[in-house]
Design a protein. Sequence first.
Lengths: 355, 324
Amino acid sequence: MMRQAEITGNPMSDAPAVNTRGYLTRRRAVFVIAMLGIVLVLACVVALALGSEYVAPNEILVGLWAKLTGAASPLSPEHEVITFGLRLPRIALALGVGATLALAGAAFQALLRNPLADPYVLGVSGGAALGSIVALMFFSQVAFARPLLGFAGAVAATFVIYLFGRREDDPARLILAGVITATFLSSIIAVLTSVAENVKLRNITYWLLGDLSSGNTQGIVFIAVATLIGAVVLVTQARALNLMMVGERDAFALGVETARVRWLVFITASLLTGAAVSAGGAIGYVGLTVPHLVRLASGADNRLVIPASSLAGALLVLIADTIARTAFAPRELPTGAITALIGAPVFVYLLLKSR
Amino acid sequence: MSSPIRTIGHRPRARLLTACCALLIAASAGCQGTRPATQQNVATNQRSFTDGIGRTVAIKADPQRIISLAPNITETLFALGLGNRVVGVTSYCDFPAEAKTKEQVGDTIQPNLERIIALKPDLIVVTTSSQLEKLARQLDELKIPVYVTNPRSVREVVASIRSLGEVTGAGGRAEELAGEMDRRTRAVQGRVKDLPRPRVFYVLQNSPLITAGRNTFINDLINLAGGRSISGEETTDYPQFSRETVVARAPEVIVFPASHGTDLVNETDLRRDFTLTPAVRNNRLVRVTPDLVDRPGPRIVEGLEQLANALHPAGETKKDTAKP
């Protein structure tokens, strides 16, 4: 799958985007993925053991083992509900939201060849947020209204961006279209929330800051499906994206169906964003920073950047959410505030370092 | 509907201009500029009051054009029989029904200053939830008295109704109303005094989960109604609260406000999240009418009675009484 020849044989392989860390070898790819996987599993266990109420870690491990082997739970009913009924779904939601946002960010950055591209900058999140807010304000009784309108909003925003920003080999135009769309959509949200009834407005403001506290099963199922589909689609397009990062004309000359890849990746990334935003609210900085961190650590080959970003994104949001629910317990903080708190300094560091 | 607004549309601008000129002159005269105004106040039969946050406000006797900037104030003014003197209310003021026919001057948090001035009020009553500093400063400059009420408990509501009665010259009616509220509050307290106090969890909304902290109205109501809040020690007024802490603190009654259509609390989700709590197991999820418990006005005692009946349903007295 990760044949080295495919990249080394590419006449454009010395383009800066591809070889910041040398060529991708299968060994390094496996190593990076495995390391991230191990850290993620460990982080999940730690997150499961942390919370506003104390449940002894050994008790949790025993309970976890009982869950895995199907034995009767040794935990008290209260502790059982706290760990597996409340913490576990929330952890699952955090992982899903982080993975989808980072995947979407990696996809947009590769496609647009722009380090600033991410669902937020492009207004795709704005579209998803607007869709979800409309669902929240007007269709709160309709089942699945929020994820569906979230999807719809993300796709609509993507379509508008694509329509106005579309020009072969001019990613700057696309970014500009995205920024304008994002600003426009956030103004609409501002107007909507200003005229919303007092109580509903409060709901929206919390949610706009990113909120994973509900840990609802519906959201988890949606986001798990979205993550899987998104990851598979994007990984299969990774090689084409590698070539397109060099230049769309060259990629086209090398046999990549650039128009098809563009559409496919764009739609997938918007669906990922829609799923993330409707399930967890507007959590920022994940799509922007995570792919950069991954590239910095392991090179710019999308065959690795895409899967590694999903794991690293899941890790970042999990850490942020665990801080959000434990730092001032039993009070909780909005998760989005913490991702930005971690993400912004990291991003500044990256910018300074890349000079 | 629009014609009376239009006819007064020109004058306030002129008035505002005059006021600005006056201000400029006053400012150029130095900080002594306000002195003569006070003397004039005395001449036009004004009285000084200390409002709910300790400001001294000079108010004309028997104000005839009152603007209320909060639903609880509107309710109080109407209950004091001053409905016909109310010339402006907020968009939230929906009780009594007559209040909805009054001119709206924006919402509680951000009232429209231009419209307020256009209505030529001789008294504006606000709560601390509006953007007070800006509002009071600008209206002070225009010599429009702003009286602030800031009740933080049921007792303070009763007190604020008494003082509002004095300010508006409806002291007699206010005394009557306050007396009745006191009596009903004492009746509730007497009934629940010797009953066990159930652990109460008050849910303002459940996604995210928001409850009420120590220094809130809701906490006072729960205490008076003979319960104790599981979030009663929180220093934040309306904290986002951890679900697992709720499970661990095992509330015996879960109370949430529920109105028509705009519910922020989903009962199904509540039951799912807190299946294990005594409240859900014993099916003690209680809906209260939001306007009765949220508004520190005359109807607060109704909210208190509603809550007390929910925490201590009839019949409990006999079973758990500690009295001989």
